[in-house]
Design a protein around this ligand. Structure first.
Ligand code: 5GP
Length: 341
């Protein structure tokens, strides 16, 4: 099954650029060994502590050249994990050597230079909820500017950053939507029913984490009922949640409720560098924890594609790839028994 999970063509929809840098990349760009250990330790931590860790990666990507090379490297690493479609997300930021515009241009250049027949890469630009309303409005202007310049590359907007701080400003995301951006939103990473209600009312295209929604997971019957009506696909990041202690264990991860109720979800790495994981590893964990078969794992990939922000044309190309792969790798002998090679 480990080999199957590794070979399976996968779709990654929730990967933060600066949380995805590998140890080698950090070393190459001059990070101290101690900092690298802290960044890539995958030991249990709290959500609070994890947000400090990103500062280490931000030092490594503080020049245009380093940012470019780091982005190319992250894409190469996803491609070698058989990720065929990647939606990479990052928060535009300025540095001594770089304006916010240059930051976005550099990442876009790296994306365009990295696309190959193996991997298709799109960009989601993030708004950091810790920023003030005015700062968020400024970032939105940058995001819309690049959406207009590169409509096929910049596909969506995300709300992320420390969930214990800052706020979700609905009008910002309404404006984003009017400008043809898909909306992904970190939601219910901590218990905050009032904010979850506001987000549900807005109805983002996808939710990240959705940890505290189901009543068995400190949510409420009301929230869950509303969720089951909305059926917004959720990007689950199991290792991230277990490491950050928002999920007790893989067995007790809330993904099980989505499986039981047949609600839409996908599997993601979140920050593969910080949490020392890969998308294949996330599939393997879910397979082992919930005893999934090959067909079910393939179906997760297939469903994930339908939740992506790809154009219909790109979805058709990728669907064909997934179908061909299934025909060649999962043999159906006699319904309902499958023998998988
Ligand atoms: P960047 O946007 O700089 O490329 O990636 C790192 C940033 O992504 C962090 O500073 C943080 O704002 C956001 N981020 C990464 N992982 C998480 C997560 O698990 N939850 C939330 N809410 N934000 C995250």
């Amino acid at each position: 099954m480990e080999t199957f999970c590794s070979k399976l063509p996968k779709i990654e929809l929730h990967a933060h650029l600066n949380g995805s840098l590998s140890r080698e990349t950090l070393k190459k760009f001059g990070c101290a060994d101690n900092d690298i250990l802290e960044y890539n330790q995958a030991k249990q931590t709290t959500l609070d502590q994890v947000f400090d860790i990103f500062k280490i990666a931000h030092q490594a990507t503080s020049t245009k050249q380093n940012l470019y090379e780091s982005t190319v490297k992250v894409i190469e690493e996803f491609a070698s994990d058989n990720v065929i479609y990647l939606e990479l997300r990052t928060t535009p930021r300025k540095e001594a050597d770089m304006t916010e515009d240059e930051y976005v241009e550099t990442v876009i250049k790296a994306l365009l230079d990295s696309e190959s027949s193996d991997i298709m890469v799109k960009l989601i630009l993030s708004i950091d909820r810790r920023h003030t309303y005015d700062q968020q409005v400024e970032t939105l202007k940058t995001i819309i500017k690049y959406k207009k310049l590169y409509p096929d590359v910049v596909r969506g907007i995300d709300l992320s950053g420390d969930p214990t701080k800052g706020a979700f400003f609905r009008d910002i995301f309404e404006k984003a939507r009017r400008n043809e951006l898909f909306v992904a939103m970190h939601c219910a990473e901590i218990k905050n029913d009032a904010e979850v209600m506001e987000m549900f009312d807005f109805k983002p295209d996808r939710l990240g984490h959705a940890t505290f929604i189901h009543p068995d997971f400190q949510g409420s019957a009301e929230l869950w009922e509303l969720y089951t009506k909305l059926q917004i696909p959720v990007e689950f990041c199991l290792t991230s949640n277990v490491v950050c202690l928002t999920s007790k264990s893989y067995q007790e991860h809330h993904v099980r409720e989505w499986m039981k109720a047949n609600m839409p979800f996908c599997l993601s790495t979140d920050d593969k560098g910080v949490f020392d994981t890969t998308l294949s590893n996330e599939f393997r964990i879910v397979q082992q924890t919930f005893s999934l078969n090959k067909e079910e794992l393939w179906k997760i990939s297939k469903n994930t594609l339908s939740y992506s922000f790809a154009t219909d044309r790109d979805k058709n190309v990728l669907n064909e790839k997934l179908d061909k792969w299934k025909l060649a790798n999962i043999k159906i002998l006699k319904h309902p028994y499958y023998i998988c090679l």
